[in-house]
Design a protein around this ligand. Structure first.
Ligand code: SF4
Length: 423
């Protein structure tokens, strides 16, 4: 392994590594052209978390630590509802503005959306107004990139480079212990691509904000493309759609980008798995302290708008012992902590330590990783699953909105019984 590629900087004794490279005489080379090294791959990090660390890894780790503490803002609420509308439009092959508006009304009235609207002091009318501003773009995308529904069959065939021929899945949930990443793909589609034979199944990532084709967005598509390769033929690409214009491009998942993203993921995994440091004193008493975070980026303009500023500042002051002048951010740190006294910060640090200890205990039980690390028979013995189950029929019975009945049977080599499961 070549050190100048920075691959081994975060490997330590006791770590598990997954080498994705070709071995010849027990030697493999990981270079810019081929091969990947994934450190502690059983720790699955979400694709969005990995790509958000491009700008500030410290912020991504703090966000991961305190996820669930912050409520979604109005833009996030709009984005989530428009995603649902777009996905349902494709699932139900809705091609008219009336059909899409009717579906939007149902989505807006879902309890989870109503609660978020209430929290953000938004009205249904305001949200509908925002959705309606995207409907012409949705219809124009359908006409340009698909031939769904009768409305478009009479139109001249689009001359775009891509034609989506089928929607295979919506919010496809991917766990990839091969790469140590996970994520939910907005849309998994089958598409016909100009100058390529047949069709390809690939991920489509939808964005509702400004068109940017940023490193983060392209990186997210690359990670999803890699995960798709775990389940079906590796597409080596994905699609990135900005609905506001609309603008869509195919993003190639080049090896050099895959390697960069896996290095980021490895670095994040290193910090996340070392958030508690255990030391044993002479008296054999164990002491636990908080681990360190990646260094702050100290970009005053970005940091003063960062939602993690207070958490980041307390870490700088209380955990990392950065003195008031050692950081370019000292003024901002002082300002952001001005309303807190030492007791507040000590309490916060204790609380963080408890959270990290709890999370570490959860990781050590490895119940999630057991799904791919232990046999289903062993897990059944521990009461964690039923092994050898086979889905009896491809078809499933719908029982109301978003609920289906699936019927499973034991595989012939297991004691026979039938399980009926409603999900
Ligand atoms: S305040 Fe700045 S350094 Fe700290 S997490 Fe946010 S962006 Fe990163």
């Amino acid at each position: 392994m070549r050190d100048d590629l920075g691959l081994d900087s975060h490997v330590q004794e006791g770590d598990t590594v997954h080498v994705l490279a070709e071995f010849k005489d027990d030697v493999c080379y990981i270079t810019d052209q081929s091969g990947l090294l994934i450190i502690n791959p059983d720790l699955l990090l979400s694709g969005t978390t990995v790509v958000s660390s491009v700008f500030c890894m410290r912020k991504s780790i703090l966000k991961e630590k305190f996820k669930g503490c912050d409520s979604r803002n109005v833009q996030m609420l709009y984005g989530s509802i428009i995603h649902s509308v777009f996905q349902q439009m494709l699932r139900k092959k809705l091609c008219t503005a009336e059909g899409i508006i009717q579906e939007s009304t149902t989505i807006v009235k879902q309890l989870s959306n109503l609660l978020e609207m209430y929290a953000n002091q938004m009205t249904e009318d305001k949200v509908m107004e925002e959705i309606k501003s995207y409907i012409p773009q949705m219809i124009s995308w359908l006409a340009q990139y698909t031939r769904f529904g009768s409305s478009f069959t009479v139109k001249k065939q689009s001359d775009s480079d891509v034609q989506v021929t089928k929607v295979c899945d919506i919010e496809e949930n991917m766990w990839s212990p091969r790469y140590g990443i996970k994520g939910k793909i907005d849309l998994t589609v089958e598409a016909r691509i100009k100058n390529e034979p047949g069709t390809t199944t690939l991920p489509l990532e939808l964005k509702t904000g400004k068109t940017s084709y940023s490193v983060e967005h392209k990186g997210q598509v690359t990670l999803y493309s890699m995960m798709c390769g775990d389940r079906r033929k590796d597409p080596q690409k994905g699609m990135l759609l900005y609905l506001k214009e609309p603008s869509m491009k195919i993003i190639p998942a080049d090896h050099i980008h895959q390697k960069g993203l896996i290095q980021l993921r490895n670095e994040m995994a290193y910090y996340i798995s070392r958030q508690v440091i255990k030391s044993t004193e002479d008296s054999e008493q164990k002491t636990f302290t908080l681990g360190r975070l990646p260094d702050p980026i100290s970009n005053i303009r970005a940091c003063q708008k960062c939602p993690q500023l207070i958490n980041c500042s307390i870490y700088q002051r209380q955990v990392e012992g950065r003195s008031a002048d050692s950081s370019g951010m000292s003024g901002l740190v002082n300002e952001s902590l001005g309303h807190l006294n030492l007791d507040h910060m000590t309490y916060f640090i204790q609380w963080c330590l408890m959270l990290d200890l709890e999370s570490q205990l959860g990781q050590s039980k490895k119940t999630l990783a057991d799904i791919w690390c232990k046999s289903s028979v062993k897990r059944e013995e521990a009461g964690l699953c039923l092994s050898g189950m086979v889905l009896l029929s491809e078809s499933c019975e719908e029982i109301g909105q978003d609920a289906v009945v699936l019927t499973f049977s034991r595989h012939s080599q297991y004691p026979k019984y039938v399980l009926i499961l409603a999900v």
